[in-house]
Design a protein around this ligand. Sequence first.
Ligand code: GTP
Ligand code: MG
Length: 424
Amino acid sequence: MKENNKTKTHQTKADNPRVLGIAVQRPEQTDSETEYSLSELKELCKTLGADMVGSIVQKRESASRQTYFGTGKMEEVKIAAKNENVEFIVSDDELTALQIKNIESATGLKVKDRTSIILDIFASHASTKEGKLQVELAMHQYQMPRLMRMWTHLERQRGGIGLKGPGETQLETDKRILTTKIKKLNEELDKIAKSRQQQGKKRIDRFAPLFSLVGYTNAGKSTLLNAISGSDVKMYDGLFTTLDPTARRIELSEGYWCIVSDTVGFIRKLPHSLVKAFHATLESIVQSEVLLIVCDVSDPSFKEQLRAVDKVLTQIKANQHEKIYVFNKIDKGTAVSKELLEATYPGCVFISALEKTNIDALLGKIADIMRRNRVFVNIKLPTNSPLIGEIMSLGKDIKQTWEEGHVEISAELPKNYVNMLKCS
Ligand SMILES: Nc1nc2c(ncn2[C@@H]2O[C@H](COP(=O)(O)OP(=O)(O)OP(=O)(O)O)[C@@H](O)[C@H]2O)c(=O)[nH]1
Ligand SMILES: [Mg+2]
């Protein structure tokens, strides 16, 4: 059995459940990619309070549809699990109901997969009503195709010709119950999203400059938001600490300000059901003017993490947004040279959110973008125009001359707001 790299560095509490990781290594995967993925699975388990005490890898063309590993290798898993006294097996890939059932009967142990671990973490971290409903929805969607597993013990008691066995009938009942629950959750979430849209209907909210912190889980997004806003967003050395988006108004130099929003962290193999369920929460990313891609550049696997982030951004159709690459944790060094990073990611910034190093450079870049996306206008409005209040909130360097019945205002304003004014 192969001990996972980081095993020794983690505290193992005697009463934590012990688990054994299993992973199929496909031909296109390198040894180090597999190792990295397993060390991440170990972190995921740790976040849930379980100790992944070891792992077994099988190199195969693809996972067995029946048993994930081949049957011979499953025997090895069974022996290792017994020797290591583990309570359950955890697979690095999402498993089908059939695979779970077969591994459970081959080993006599409970089986979980990466997706269900991520769902459990989300469930324990969700704090707002919307977050909780989103997780519940994702869990039901995950359960749906896996219902069959629970009723296979009734499978053999088939009914007569044309009649359904008790297993099938029960399965249909459960599917109906779950479908109804999913529908209700979707409706509730729609309602919350709609009322949020209505609250945010004030036009100035639409035109306020929004920057979203986006990145792999544990990259340091919340630490960075704290560093630039002096606020107290929860940060923690674990995965998926932030589920509910927090936004802060940030004052920049020269009188500029913007909204910076913290977002849920991404991860490789982020369950599709979660991305779907969290769609409303991820909307703030789509609506952003610019994405601040926060990346732990001290981590040797940072490129893979950036790829995973890009994949989710593509899924939510936000990959064409303007981006600033924010390479964080430079107090721990950089995995490749800064020169190379600068050449590959032009305009990137190197910071340490924890030590507040180079934060001014980042804020300077944000201010540059703001400056670029603003225009100077002169506008004459009736004194009772509702636009005056909007211009006062969104504008900079405002000068106003009040005269009988009208006011002349000159100000620097967001380009998209000015375009809207021209059209209206
Ligand atoms: N050494 C070092 N550690 C950092 C830095 N920034 C953040 N961290 C640490 O990294 C861990 C994760 O930080 P968070 O800010 O919670 O990360 P996050 O990206 O918000 O994570 P999720 O919300 O889980 O997606 C914490 O233990 C931080 O103290 C940094 O610049 N240097
Ligand atoms: Mg966070």
